[in-house]
Design a protein around this ligand. Structure first.
Ligand code: AMP
Length: 249
């Protein structure tokens, strides 16, 4: 069974985000970019399925600019078998991504698609759900455990205040949560080997998909900066301030 893993190139999670001066979005010029952390978890899960003899081939797909090749090479160095870059320099919204993935799936016919639960740049948490709706496949979102059986998958999901276990029939769309696994680091020999693994380049037009945005960003703002704290001299003064000034007790 083939497993397809969509991976997105995003601003590295360690970078302190800066908003562009005109408020049109986040400044990504000269900023370190990496694979979306939830997508690393998705790749790791696919590799574990292959190591357990439950998956035959792992295909990593990215929609993005030429530099997204680096993200795909990381996926290949971790253990994916081949990669597809659908080149698009402008931002593609989740609906456009889902439509492109549906078109790739029509060609590749994977038995399972594992995505990240959300991309940490747009925080949309939409692509997996939209993809499953477009395909008419079952979806298991926020997975913290995945077990493959004959024609079905048992998925433990992280829900508010607990865990839920569901069974879905394959093919299915799964989205990875933080606790699904701890992704491996790519070793140097594997980074070298990854350079020789196949990476195909396509365009949205090759799949006949219109990726024009449906949304318009009106403005992007930095969060309000925190006010400086004060030191109080005693517990009664603290209680008084919490009552009279902060109004929290
Ligand atoms: P989102 O719905 O934007 O929060 O993204 C959820 C997941 O969809 C990500 O973790 C990726 O697995 C996948 N995804 C979103 N955008 C892209 C993209 N441009 N290229 C590849 N995968 C993507």
């Amino acid at each position: 069974m083939k497993v397809l893993v969509p991976v997105k190139r995003v601003v590295d999670f360690n970078v302190k985000i800066r908003v562009k001066a005109d408020g049109s979005g986040v400044d990504t010029a000269n900023v370190k970019m990496s694979m979306n952390p939830f997508d690393e978890i998705a790749i790791e899960e696919a590799i574990r399925l292959k190591e357990a003899g439950k998956a035959s081939e792992i295909i990593a797909v990215s929609i993005g600019p030429a530099q997204a090749q680096e993200t795909l090479r990381t996926a290949l160095a971790m253990g994916a078998d081949r990669a597809i870059l659908i080149r698009q320099d402008e931002t593609v919204e989740p609906l456009g991504v889902a439509k492109l993935l549906k078109a790739v799936i029509a060609v590749e016919e994977p038995g399972l698609v594992i995505l990240g639960k959300q991309a940490i740049d747009d925080d949309c948490n939409q692509t997996g759900q939209m993809l499953s709706a477009l395909l008419g496949w079952a979806q298991a979102t926020f997975a913290s455990a995945l077990e493959l059986g004959e024609g079905k998958a048992r998925v433990t999901r992280e829900i508010d205040g607990g865990l839920q276990t569901i069974e879905v029939s394959l093919p299915a769309v799964v989205t990875a949560d933080l606790r699904l696994n701890e992704p491996r680091y790519a070793s140097l020999p594997n980074i070298m080997k990854a350079k020789k693994k196949p990476l195909e380049e396509k365009s949205p037009a090759d799949y006949g998909v219109d990726t024009a945005p449906r949304l318009k960003v009106l403005k992007t703002e930095e969060p309000a900066s925190r006010k400086a704290g004060i030191k109080v001299g005693s517990v009664p003064e603290l209680v008084n301030k919490l009552k009279a000034e902060a109004g929290v007790i």
